[in-house]
Write a protein that binds this ligand. Structure first.
Ligand code: TXA
Ligand code: MG
Length: 324
């Protein structure tokens, strides 16, 4: 059963215990500003294997490697000018850059699924401090069973993975609430591999060029975590609803007119004022709460597809996708 350490009350103990656990090759539950990660030493094959086993994650799906700063990232990857500009503007923060691996780097091929690229992110706050203290990059997927809803609190991590890991660091609710935005620069063009906690518009503003979206399914190797059914609650999911049936769970955005709301099993407001950042921060927690209400279907009102709404709608489409 996982032990919890509150990082605000006991920051030094948290760094010491986390470093010791990581040095043993064991994964830990680690708060970041986006979601909680299941973090382990990215240079240690046994540690990375434990991440895949703990999550039940397919090994062809590469992990994001977390660094303390740009200087550390440069030791592991080669930056083109646009990627460097984005790193300087947005790190630490909810942006992952897919970059060519630097030859001779000791990130283990299990972390990159054998690709010649690596996804790198510099997280804000405590996670960055821990990486600096530990001295090695941390591979960290979201701390949830593969295919399920990502964890945005230590309790979420505990409920899902508490029996399988020994340490969870607790920093309360994740600030951003959805995973990082993933960008890959190829031949001078920026491609969006996953919409996330940094709005595409902000990236385009800094780069001064458009972020290319791919239509339809991405090739497996490009964003393997992003295929059809993902972020799946136990209940069925219906999107863009204007009516809800008795006993269904309703999750609303803004102040929409939804017929039948008074007979819903539970009604949750992502952001009554229509703030997409607030909605993103509440999203996964509300999906879990709606799911545990026992409703057979979770119904969402529509959410604008701009700013963080692009990431929210991406996660909702995957939650609503047909399951195997
Ligand atoms: O906010 C986040 O990004 C969180 C926190 C913990 O940092 N992490 C996260 O990791 O969301 P994960 O494993 O759930 O998602 C990582 C995504 C996957 O879709 C994976 O396919 C993609 O990143 N990825 C990683 N390395 C890649 C690479 N070299 N090329 C293309 N995609 C890559
Ligand atoms: Mg994930």
């Amino acid at each position: 059963m996982a032990r919890h350490i509150d990082i605000l009350q006991h920051p030094e103990t948290a760094i010491a215990e986390a470093s010791a656990t990581l040095a043993e090759g064991l994964p830990i539950g680690l708060p970041t500003e986006t979601v909680y990660g299941l973090a382990a030493d990215a240079t240690n094959p046994a540690a990375i294997t434990r991440i895949y086993e703990t999550k039940g994650r397919p090994r062809f799906n590469p992990l994001i490697c977390h660094m303390s700063d740009l200087a550390m990232a440069e030791r592991y990857a080669i930056f083109d000018p646009i990627s460097r500009k984005l790193a300087e503007a947005f790190w630490p923060g909810p942006l992952t850059l897919v970059l060519p691996l630097r030859p001779g780097s000791d990130i283990h091929p299990l972390a990159t699924a054998g690709l010649d690229t690596v996804g790198i992110r510099v997280p804000q706050g405590f996670a960055g401090e821990l990486i600096r203290a530990f001295g090695q990059p941390l591979a960290a997927p979201s701390a949830n069973t593969s295919g399920k809803i990502s964890a945005t609190s230590a309790d979420h991590v505990h409920d899902d993975l508490g029996e399988r890991i020994s340490l969870i660091l607790d920093a309360g609710a994740s600030l951003v609430g959805v995973e990082s935005t993933i960008v890959k620069v190829e031949d001078g063009e920026m491609r969006l591999l996953r919409p996330g906690g940094l709005a595409a518009e902000e990236i385009e503003r800094v780069a001064g060029q458009p972020l290319k979206r791919k239509n339809g399914a991405l090739p497996t190797i490009e964003a393997p975590g992003m295929l059809a059914s993902h972020y799946a609650p136990g209940a069925a999911v219906r999107l863009d609803a204007t009516a809800v049936s008795p006993g269904e769970a309703l999750i609303r955005f803004g102040r929409p007119d939804i017929t039948g709301a008074e007979n819903a099993a539970i009604v949750l407001d992502l952001s009554p004022s229509g703030d997409l950042s607030e909605a993103a921060a509440n999203l996964f927690d509300f999906m879990k709460r709606a799911d545990s209400s026992g409703a057979a279907t979770i119904v969402f009102s529509s959410i604008p597809d701009e700013g963080l709404g692009e990431a929210i709608n991406d996660r909702l489409r995957r939650a609503a996708a047909p399951r195997e």
